[in-house]
Structure formats: C-alpha cells, structure tokens
Design a binder for this molecule. Structure first.
Ligand SMILES: *Cc1c(COP(=O)(O)O)cnc(C)c1O
Length: 429
C-alpha cells in the first residue's frame, strides 16, 4: 500500500499557494509557516487528507498576528485589572493610531527644532488641574512613586502613617517599592489612628518628604483618625499625596474619592495618580504639583527609564481634553436606564427559550478606586453554567458569579454592545 505521508505537500509548496502567500502579507512568514507545519504534521499522522493541507492551514490562521482579544466586561467592576483597567474613549483610540506613525512628539514644527516631549499633553493636564504649577508623566503610578522617592528621599526618610502602608494588589506593596529606591520609611501613628503631632515628631534632617497614600482598595472604619492633606501643609517638609485613582477634580458619583485639584489646593506639594483608573485613560503615572519639585523629578537620571511612549502621551492628551471617557460615563450611568436595558435583553433571551431575568445589582469602581462605594446597576441573571461558555465565546464575555447565578452586569457594558451580549448569551445557551 502506498504511504499516504508521501502525498503531504512540502512546506515550500504550501507557502507558495496564492491564498497562503496573501496571508503571509498580513500575518508574517513565521506564523504562517508554523501553522502550515502543524497542519502538515496532522496530515502525516493520518488525521487529515493530504489534499486538505492548504485549506486547513488557511482555516487555522488567526485574523491578526496579535493575540489580544477584545472582551466584553459584564462583571460590574468598572476598572478590572485583569481586563486592562480603563477602556479608552474613541478620540483617545484615534490619537493612539495617529501617534503610531511618525509624529511630532518631540519636535516643534514652527521652529523645526527639538521640542519638549509631550508638551501638549502636559499643557492639557495643567489646564485640567489649574492648581498644578507643572506636570510630568511616567509609565504608571508605581513608577511615579519610585521616581518621587528616588529623587526626593533616597538616602533619607519618607514619613508616612502606619495605616497607609498598603498592598495594592497582586502582591504589590507600596512600602516595598519605596524602600527599594534606597529611601527609609519612618512610620508614624498606629494602624487606625494618626495625628498631626505624630508627623511633626518624626520630622528631621533626614526627612525627604511626608507621604500620604490613599488606601484605594479597603476602608478602615470604627475608631480611626487620619490627617488630611490640608493639615499636613503645616509641616516643614514637602507633602506628597498618592491619590491612586486619578480623578483630576471631584466627582459627584464618588464623594469620598480624593482628587488631584483638591489635594493640591489643600496644600499638597506633589500629587501622584494613575492614568488608567478613574481618569479613564491609558496606563501611565501622573505627577502634578510644584514646578520646582517636578523639575527635580524630570531631570533625575531615573526619569529616562520611566519615560512614557508617544502612544501613551497621545491617548492621555485626548482623554484629558476630550469628551468623558467610558469609565466616567459608566460612573454616571442612569440606573433606570440600565434596568430598562437589562429588561429588554432578558425579554429577548426569554423569548428565545433561555432562563433569563433582569435584576437590580451593584457595580463597583474596582481597580484601586473608591473602595466600598457601590454603584446602582442592573444585570441579566442566567444559570451559573453560562459563565464558562460566555468566557470561551467570541467575543469572550466576562460575567460575575453571585450566589450560584451568572450575572451579566451592564454597568461597564456600552449600550451599543447589548446586541453582542444577546448573541453571546444565545450562543452560550
Ligand atoms: C493603583 C495605585 C498605585 C499603583 O498605580 P499603578 O498605575 O497601578 O502602578 C499606587 N498607589 C495607589 C494608592 C494606587 O491606588
């Protein structure tokens, strides 16, 4: 009998096929070749007719050389760290695409000379936070903290309250980050209480700055006392406030959440925040405050290692200048409207024979912002078994499991995705 393996076309012949050659244009040679070789192997193993190798290779190829999948966030957690935190606004996405080419990120087109990198982004931040004399952008919130600690306190002390030695998530502990820069921590107060005099007694020659950290993922309640930034200004040391969440100004939806403008107006010398939390922008770290401190940070050699790329600068400017990004819209969503959407969706699914009901629910900001704050929301409840099928669907839909139910919470789902959700639920049923 003839060995069927001899009929399997060689790699060169497969790659020379016109449809495969077109795929190489889109996906690159290596990826297509590897896929073709896997299919050839299946044919050699007798799992596949040799005449099907080209067709199967084409079928097995991905749409894009990037494996990143767009997913629907139906968890009710607006800023889900595992889902990339804040989704960008449309103008921010456009800006990012434009910046992806050759751009004027560091060139002044009027003079033809080198310009300040990201000058327009810095200007946008300063306009949005008038209390900030200057601004600087680094890779993320942790980088902003590391830069401040290195430039202002390495070899010296950072004075901070014991109750603010926090772990943000995934094992990231702010005190460990701070001491890794060569600064020492001078802890004041107790876990639940600290007074201005505690800070005052700790200040000395060694003090680099006083740090106030917003405990962005937990609340201490009961017999507690903290010192607001407004009182810390009385101390004879620079006051750095890590607000975490990145609100530039107060937000009525989250009355207890600190914001950059208020912290600076209250007397903070430097405010540190993330760009991809409640601000709703790209991953980055914002440093806002006194010009002389920002200048010290900008000039420090470490600043170069923490520098943001042109994509981030472009997306951040568009976020700060542009319309409310999805995160802010979700924060201010009308619960009655969410419930109407949930009812419409549940009705359509029920009509198609699925056991779906619309329920009121509670969403959270998540991702290091507004701990304990519950946002009124609405969801479609399905049996628990749907969750896995939804997650493995196309597009993947991430639901929330609550008391044996699979909840599709609409708080973080843009309205135009309701049809996608409907189809995903039908496919999962
Ligand atoms: C999230 C957070 C950070 C870290 O910011 P990243 O942008 O995640 O690096 C630091 N401090 C506080 C208070 C935070 O909430």
């Amino acid at each position: 009998m003839r060995d069927p393996r001899r009929d399997v076309p060689g790699t060169d012949r497969v790659l020379a096929d016109p449809a495969i050659a077109a795929a190489i244009e889109n996906l690159g040679h290596r990826l297509v070749k590897r896929t073709a070789q896997q299919v050839q192997q299946r044919a050699r193993d007798g799992e596949l007719d040799p005449s099907r190798v080209v067709a199967e290779t084409l079928a097995a190829l991905p749409d894009s050389p990037s494996s990143v999948r767009a997913v629907v966030n139906a968890t009710g957690v607006l800023l889900h760290t595992n889902l990339g935190r804040a989704p960008l606004s449309d103008p921010a996405r456009d800006a990012l695409l434009r910046a992806a080419g050759t751009t004027d990120v560091e060139l002044d087109l009027h003079t033809g000379k080198r310009g300040t990198r990201g000058a327009a982004t810095i200007a946008a931040l300063r306009e949005a936070v008038p209390a900030a004399e200057a601004a600087h952008v680094v890779n993320n919130g942790a980088a902003a903290l590391a830069l401040a600690a290195t430039a202002l306190a390495a070899g010296g002390e950072i004075v901070l309250a014991r109750g603010e030695l926090v772990e943000i998530g995934d094992g990231f502990r702010i005190p460990d980050l701070l001491t890794s820069t060569g600064a020492r921590l001078r802890e004041v107060g107790t876990t639940n209480r600290v007074r201005l005099d505690d800070y005052r007694a700790a200040l000395g020659e060694q003090t680099g700055f006083v740090l106030k950290v917003h405990p962005s993922n937990f609340v201490i309640s009961g017999f507690t006392a903290a010192v607001p930034a407004a009182s810390l200004r009385e101390l004879d040391a620079p006051v750095v406030v890590d607000i975490g969440s990145g609100l530039l100004e107060p937000d009525s939806a989250l009355p207890d959440e600190p914001d950059a403008h208020t912290a600076l107006a209250d007397g903070a010398d430097l405010v540190i925040a993330s760009g991809d939390k409640l601000l709703g922008g790209p991953q980055c770290g914002l440093l806002l405050g006194r010009a002389q401190l920002i200048e010290r940070l900008r000039k420090h050699p470490l600043a170069r290692a923490l520098r943001v790329d042109k994509l981030t600068l472009a997306a951040l400017e568009a976020t700060v200048r542009g319309p409310r990004p999805p995160t802010a819209r979700a924060l201010h969503a009308d619960p009655a409207r969410l419930l109407r959407r949930a009812r419409a969706l549940a009705e359509q699914l029920t009509a198609a024979g699925l056991p779906a009901t619309a329920v009121e629910s509670e969403a959270t900001a998540g991702g290091g912002g507004a701990p304990g704050a519950l946002l009124p929301s609405a969801a479609v409840a399905l049996p628990e078994r749907f969750a896995k099928h939804l997650r493995l669907g196309d597009p993947p839909v991430l639901a929330r499991l609550e008391r044996d139910r699979c909840l599709l919470d609409l708080a973080a789902v843009p309205e135009e995705c309701d049809e996608t959700l409907r189809r995903a639920a039908l496919a999962a049923g």
